[in-house]
Design a protein. Structure first.
Ligand SMILES: Nc1nc2c(ncn2[C@@H]2O[C@H](COP(=O)(O)OP(=O)(O)OP(=O)(O)O)[C@@H](O)[C@H]2O)c(=O)[nH]1
Ligand SMILES: [Mg+2]
Length: 309
């Protein structure tokens, strides 16, 4: 079967979406520390803020965390609550709101779904970018993470998960702090690419296309020299987070970046990607990025519902 193809953005200058990033909890605040986006951090420990050059911040008390643990995100719309007003005022409006978090601890797991639900009213699309705990952190942490994830899938437009176990493949020999910063850089690629290639008009299409899965995984690939398109696609498909049956993928988005992007380059990439994802509707776009010099980068987002794991 041939994949359905859908071009996003186009090469003409149209209205690019305004993106904001929100970091929640320890992992989330680490991830946005050097993002370059307009950013907001939400934490329980004031020391997290010291490393952050973020514009705005919200410090939570233990009581507020407990309140959020006991409040399903489905209820937050009907609750009048000081903290909700603080989030609305501090976060403000944007076209795409990217929420960065690590699940398994209290802050990320309990606060992110509530913030996500509030952000839906402040933006056109809410994407959660989620680090999941290492397996060795144990079953209790996993259980808390899975509870948070299910609430977050409900309350966001798209939840992208990055299980930390993937770091054992990407950065096996690095000290943990370095490995985390490698992952932070990877997690920051989708918001950067989406800001560059999508238009505000595309957001409705992206939201609708991913509304069946509501959960996605990411693969990034770089290619250089002969057949750089195919090398980049190959590397993207070797993502440690594609540990499921790809024939079940029903939707994907691919963004191709290089210093001199041509239609033929994009066509070569989407030909290869659609061959490998025969049942997927494929959203695609290309953009120029002079910092890549002779290299070509592929950002591949595949929609996958949690029941395939
Ligand atoms: N990728 C990545 N994962 C992290 C980082 N820090 C923590 N984690 C992971 O995220 C999970 C949640 O940890 P934190 O973000 O520190 O927890 P928290 O949300 O601040 O929760 P509490 O401290 O319990 O209130 C952990 O189990 C780790 O697996 C980080 O900097 N990067
Ligand atoms: Mg913490």
């Amino acid at each position: 079967m041939r994949s359905e193809l859908l071009a996003m953005g186009g090469f003409e200058k149209k209205t690019r979406p305004r993106v904001k990033v929100v970091g929640i909890g320890g992992a989330g605040c680490n991830a946005i520390a050097n993002s370059g986006f307009e950013s907001i951090s939400i934490c329980t420990a004031a020391e997290h803020f010291k490393r952050l050059r973020t514009h705005k911040r919200i410090l939570l008390s233990d009581e507020q965390i407990l309140f959020m643990r006991d409040t399903p995100p489905q209820m937050i719309a009907s609750i009048a609550y000081d903290w909700k007003d603080e989030v609305i005022e501090t976060v403000g409006e944007a076209d795409i709101m990217f929420l960065f978090t690590g699940l398994g601890g209290e802050t990320g797991s309990f606060v992110t779904p509530i913030v996500s639900q509030i952000c839906k009213k402040l933006s056109k699309m809410v994407v959660a970018s989620i680090a999941l705990p290492f397996s060795v952190e144990g079953s209790q942490r996993k259980k808390v993470a899975m509870g948070g994830l299910s609430n977050l899938i409900w309350s966001s437009d798209l939840a992208i998960t990055y299980p930390n176990d993937g770091l054992l493949k990407i950065a096996p020999n690095l000290p943990l702090a370095h490995a985390f910063s490698v992952m932070d850089n990877i997690m920051m690629i989708p918001p950067g690419d989406m800001e560059k290639v999508l238009t505000v008009e595309d957001l409705h299409q992206v939201r609708n296309s991913f509304s069946g899965a509501k959960h996605a995984r990411v693969g990034i690939g770089m290619g250089e020299g002969d057949e750089r398109e195919l090398k980049a696609v190959d590397e993207a498909f070797s993502s440690p987070w594609f540990n499921f049956d790809l024939s079940r993928v029903g939707v994907a988005m691919v963004i191709v970046s290089s210093s001199d992007i041509a239609q033929s380059t994009v066509q070569k990439v989407i030909g290869d990607v659609s061959y490998r994802l025969p049942n997927a509707k494929l959203l695609y776009s290309g953009c120029t990025d002079s910092s890549l010099q002779d290299r070509l980068r592929i950002t591949l987002l595949v929609g996958v519902s949690l029941d395939v794991f």
